[in-house]
Ligand binder design. Structure first.
Ligand code: GLC
Ligand code: MG
Length: 720
């Protein structure tokens, strides 16, 4: 292995695809997709960019051209800090899309990013954030042989369970949230990642734990930082905060200490319990005001039903307990009010409380702590780590009202303790939760990965193009796509021969190289210019069948064939195919669909055995297990990248599951009329043409559809 030492500094590519991301005036909270994660990636990118060991950070997101959002999101590039910038990759429709609607365009993202890397060179490392970029980044990392880092931010399986706990009969979950796609993307990200960055130890133990590819040894708890220039303790001569004016109309005595909470009105936040505790405690009411900052609302009747319900409950309880003059619940605030509000509460010698039923992280707790407010927080996830690190308050059971009351009373009645907690929060956040510290730990870990990584095969100087004369390429599957209709096949062969040298011809097949060649000869086809065989695990060129060495180099990554066979030997209904179908990087079975476990279960068994492989099903009965860096999705992109083809110059045709990978993406796809059910799902994708004609007739249909031999047109570029 050649060592790749990042000599002139590390180049890091971060990917965060959904929501509205811009470097200035981030529109946090504008919609459900523009929240904590957006802030996280921007702050992380900025901090890493400032680090001496880093030469460049590129934060890749989607380009959005849409009047409903600002024109900032259409800019192709935007600086964040000195060595960090946003790069916007156009993919899918131009308009703004919610995150669940991005899935059909992920292959387009991958292909566009390959283009970008061809122009700018390869980074040392790819870091994907959330399931969508987890999937896209993992595919890119596999293809380009780069180390991959993943941060889930929130996880599909966990969210689904939470929704089911609230409403066990919840309908349309799949349609609304695309959990199946999302969880599979997360699995793929996890099995590709050399490092998974989490924010709390509970996230590792309880959330990632439900994933098949759970490998705690690759997970590191590196909590996010809090912006310490924004969140700091009040100055002695702290100027008057505007937000104070928003509270005074509510309060009889605004000088009393504040019991402050700040949360979206959401069931999980358990706000009603807090109001009850305060409402039932005359002592608390005497000592302090309760300040509830529950997002902003224009007309509460127009809030989402869940939010409206929580707000109405809170207002009702205020009335029931007759808390007028003691509770403030300002209707709106702007982001810049928030730091001032914490300082105001700290000046009042108040306390910050987070009574949520569960709290995966709880950034507000860090902000409060950094401002010098002691904490009372739920005994869960983030708060547990924060209070253990900072020693700046008390953990409570969010369902135990007495405990909550006692904890609040302690902070309000023991001034020495208050001062200690306040100081501890200020110093603790600086010690444990600065972005600087996060970046140091992060870089220590990724530097190790980068140094251990083999040199990416494709960084070497590009040699003379072996297939130079073509300006377009037809790449097709063999069995049931080319074969099956002899007349149409002969016609297709004639069509190819008539094109001369500017159209390349390639075959991608599940068969082994020797076998594929024999068949191609028998069929009277011209010898292909390139062959991707054994389900995209081998690539050869030209009449001498020259192997692609850069492809060969790392295909064996993580490949443990003996263990795969051992694990699958225990499953019912799986029968190994004949010896001649097995090859170095392909283990093939025939399965009896009536007896064999479902595809998802087979994947799961392999993942849970710690094996990192790809599982491919074709014609519902052929099962192939190949290395993670194999498969026609990657082999075709390798060819495109290496030889500098644009996807628009490549027509791909197939009929079954082992063709799925090469059909997806920005190449021009043709599914022949006799396709098998596994490909039905491709109907949702752009640039996939379902031909009427079967077998080779379908390929000819596709060639005509895209006018591929003349001036190429792409009628199905969009699928709105
Ligand atoms: C071809 C191969 C077989 C494989 C199948 C699906 O038929 O000969 O081994 O399982 O394709 O990829
Ligand atoms: Mg086939």
């Amino acid at each position: 292995m050649t060592e790749m030492k990042p000599g002139s500094g590390l180049r890091i590519v971060m990917i965060s695809l959904h929501g509205l991301i811009r470097a200035h005036d981030a529109e946090l909270g504008r919609d459900a997709d523009t929240g904590g994660q957006v802030k996280y990636v921007l702050e992380l990118a900025a901090e890493l960019g400032r680090h001496p060991e880093v030469s460049q950070v590129e934060l890749l997101t989607r380009q959005i051209c849409d009047d409903r959002v600002g024109s900032d999101y259409a800019q192709l590039e935007e600086p964040i800090s000195e060595n960090a910038k946003i790069v916007r990759i156009p993919f899918g429709p131009k308009r703004y899309l919610r995150k669940e609607a991005l899935w059909p365009y992920m292959e387009a993202f991958i292909d566009q990013t390959i283009n970008y890397f061809r122009r700018t060179g390869l980074p040392h490392l790819i870091h994907g954030h959330y399931a969508d970029a987890g999937y896209g980044g993992a595919q890119l990392a596999r293809l380009l042989h780069l180390p991959f880092v993943f941060t889930g931010h929130s996880l599909g399986r966990v969210k689904k369970q939470r929704l089911l706990d609230l409403d066990s009969e919840a309908k349309n979950l799949e349609e609304t949230y695309r959990f199946t796609t999302r969880s599979e993307a997360e699995e793929m990200a996890l099995e590709t990642a050399s490092l998974i960055v989490t924010s709390t130890s509970q996230e590792v133990e309880q959330q990632y734990e439900v994933y098949e590819a759970y490998m705690p040894e690759r997970m590191e708890v590196i909590p996010p930082g809090v912006d310490l220039t924004e969140f700091h303790p009040p100055a002695a001569d702290e100027s008057h905060a505007q937000i104070a004016d928003a509270l005074t109309p509510f309060l009889q005595d605004p000088t009393k200490p504040m019991i402050l909470t700040m949360a979206r009105p959401d069931d999980r936040k358990n706000l009603e319990t807090l109001v009850r505790v305060y409402g039932e405690s005359t002592e608390l009411q005497q000592l302090a005001n309760l300040v509830l900052v529950l997002g902003t609302r224009d007309d509460l009747r127009e809030l989402a039903p869940g939010q409206r319900r929580v707000l109405l409950n809170v207002l009702t309880l205020i009335d029931v307990y007759n808390l007028y003059g003691k509770v403030a619940y300002p209707k709106t605030h702007v982001p810049s009010d928030v730091p001032a509000l914490y300082r105001l509460a700290a000046t009042s010698r108040g306390v910050f409380i987070n009574p949520a039923l569960t709290e995966p992280f709880g950034l507000t707790l860090l902000e409060a702590a950094a401002s010098g407010l002691p904490l009372v927080a739920t005994n869960d996830g983030g708060p547990r780590d924060i209070i253990a690190n900072c020693q700046n308050g008390l953990l409570v059971d969010p369902l135990d009202r007495d405990a909550i009351e006692k904890a609040l009373l302690r902070t309000l009645t023991e001034p020495e303790q208050w001062a200690t907690w306040s100081d501890n929060g200020i110093t603790g956040t600086r010690e444990h939760y600065s972005w600087k510290r996060h970046a140091d730990r992060y870089l220590r870990d990724v530097m190790e990965l980068v140094e251990a990584a083999a040199e990416p095969a494709l960084t070497e100087d590009r040699r003379r193009r072996r297939i130079p004369q073509f300006d377009r390429l037809i790449l097709t599957d063999l069995d049931n796509t080319l074969t099956g209709d002899d007349d149409a096949l002969a016609e297709f062969a004639d069509l190819l021969r008539a094109q001369g040298d500017h159209v390349g011809f390639g075959v991608a097949t599940g068969r082994r190289l020797d076998d594929a060649r024999t068949l191609i000869e028998q069929l009277g086809l011209p010898m292909p210019d390139l062959l991707s065989t054994s389900v995209g695990t081998e690539i050869h060129y030209g009449e001498h069948l020259t192997p692609d060495r850069s492809w060969q180099k790392q295909i064996a990554f993580q490949w443990k064939p003996t263990e795969v066979r051992k694990v699958l030997a225990d499953l019912e209904g799986l029968y190994p195919q004949s010896e001649k179908e097995q090859s170095q990087f392909k283990i093939s079975y025939k399965i009896d669909p009536k007896v064999a476990p479902k595809l998802g279960m087979i994947r799961r068994v392999l993942r849970e055995a710690g094996l990192r492989v790809k599982v491919v099903l074709s014609l519902e009965i052929y099962l192939d297990i190949i290395p993670v860096r194999g498969g026609d999705d990657l082999s075709i992109r390798h060819i495109l990248y290496k030889w500098g083809f644009r996807p628009e110059q490549v027509l791909v045709a197939g009929d079954s599951g082992n063709d799925e990978g090469m059909l997806k993406g920005r190449t021009l796809g043709v599914v022949v009329g006799n396709y098998s059910p596994e490909l039905e799902k491709l109907r949702k994708l752009p640039r996939i043409y379902f031909a009427e004609g079967t077998h080779a007739r379908g390929i000819i249909d596709g060639v005509n559809y895209y006018n591929f031999l003349d001036h190429i047109t792409i009628p199905n570029d969009r699928i709105d």
